[in-house]
Write a new protein. Structure first.
Length: 79
């Protein structure tokens, strides 16, 4: 039963990855907008860019991991 629930939290396709990245981007821009209100000026802009930059890095890592896992499955011996 635990394995069935755990499988819900595994990203299997690029479509799922893009949905996750979109959700991360929405949260990051929301947090960045809060930073702009709290820290007007260059400090707020720097924190906003840090939030959105983190999404780019996380998205690239997610997509690379999917590509790696797909290659692993192709070369794995069949049991």
């Amino acid at each position: 039963m635990f394995r069935k629930v755990a499988r819900l939290f595994v990203i299997k396709t690029r479509w799922e990855a893009f949905l996750i990245i979109y959700a991360l981007a929405l949260g990051a821009t929301s947090r960045g907008a809060q930073y702009l209100e709290q820290f007007p000026g260059w400090g707020g802009y720097a924190l906003f860019l840090a939030c959105t930059g983190a999404v780019f890095l996380a998205g690239a890592k997610i997509l690379d991991a999917l590509r790696y896992e797909k290659a692993e499955r192709k070369t794995a011996p069949v049991e």
